[in-house]
Design a protein. Structure first.
Length: 261
């Protein structure tokens, strides 16, 4: 399902750049502007700065005079409106509507005996997300032609969202509905120290703690067993064992220098 973001009569150039950035972070690239305040908005310095690396989205964006031009090829239209209209499409949260929409898509393909990959663009189906101008939102006549009015759940006492922030939220929810992206792999943690390496480090620490007067060898109490349990829970790596041995060595050397003084 091809995805398009449509900004209608946008008045702030920075919001166009921030929208491009929000789209790119979620893997979307089709941006259309309908009669923006600035005819050269895609080239304005504020737009480029707020895009923050999403210049390819700006370069591929189109400016059109009418909403009809912006919606060519789109088959499912989603308005964004915080206030439900007395007449018009149903108002739903993005997550609820996206679940319903994709379930309908899957059911239609199953009836035809087809497999579907929702992450792949299709020339037959297109979803457009429409956003109104910053001051007035979407005009009623534009909302009425849509299949749904998406309302982002917000604080009932303060539901005001910046345009680019609203785009980011819609783009995130839509990407999650399509399957999302995998989280980046964690950095390698290093080889975990074995029992012998841990015991050697603890023996080193025991001597160093005695050297600085923290541990009384004649009455050690349960200090070392407690440290043993602490490091067992920490599960240090071999490199971390080397660091801890370095700390013990420095403590012992400091104690020797103090005695010589």
């Amino acid at each position: 399902m091809h995805t398009r973001f449509v900004l209608i009569q946008t008045s702030h150039a920075g919001n166009v750049g921030a929208t491009a950035r929000a789209m790119k972070t979620m893997g979307f690239h089709d941006l259309v502007l309908v009669a923006p305040r600035w005819p050269n908005v895609l080239r304005r310095e504020e737009t480029i700065q707020r895009a923050s690396g999403a210049l390819d989205v700006l370069e591929n964006a189109r400016i059109v005079a009418t909403l009809d031009e912006a919606l060519q090829g789109m088959t499912h239209l989603c308005a964004t409106a915080m206030t439900p209209r007395d007449f018009g499409p149903p108002t739903r949260t993005p997550r609820a509507h996206f679940d319903m929409l994709l379930n309908q898509e899957l059911a239609a393909h199953e009836q035809q005996g087809l497999e579907v990959d929702l992450t792949m663009n299709s020339s037959e189906r297109g979803v457009a997300f429409l956003f109104g101008c910053e001051r007035f939102g979407m005009a009623n006549e534009d909302v009425y032609r849509c299949h749904v009015a998406l309302s982002i759940p917000t604080n009932p006492q303060f539901g005001s969202l910046n345009l680019a922030a609203a785009v980011q939220l819609i783009a995130y929810e839509w990407r999650q509905a399509l399957g999302g992206f995998d989280a980046p792999a964690s950095a390698p943690q290093g080889e975990r120290a074995d029992a012998a390496q841990l015991a050697g480090m603890l023996a080193h620490w025991q001597q160093a703690l005695a050297d600085i007067g923290f541990l009384d060898p004649a009455a050690p109490k349960k200090l070392m067993p407690r440290l043993n349990q602490l490091f067992n829970r920490a599960q240090p790596t071999v490199e971390e064992i080397h660091i801890l041995r370095g700390v013990a060595k420095s403590m012992a050397e400091a104690a020797r220098r103090k005695r010589l003084d």
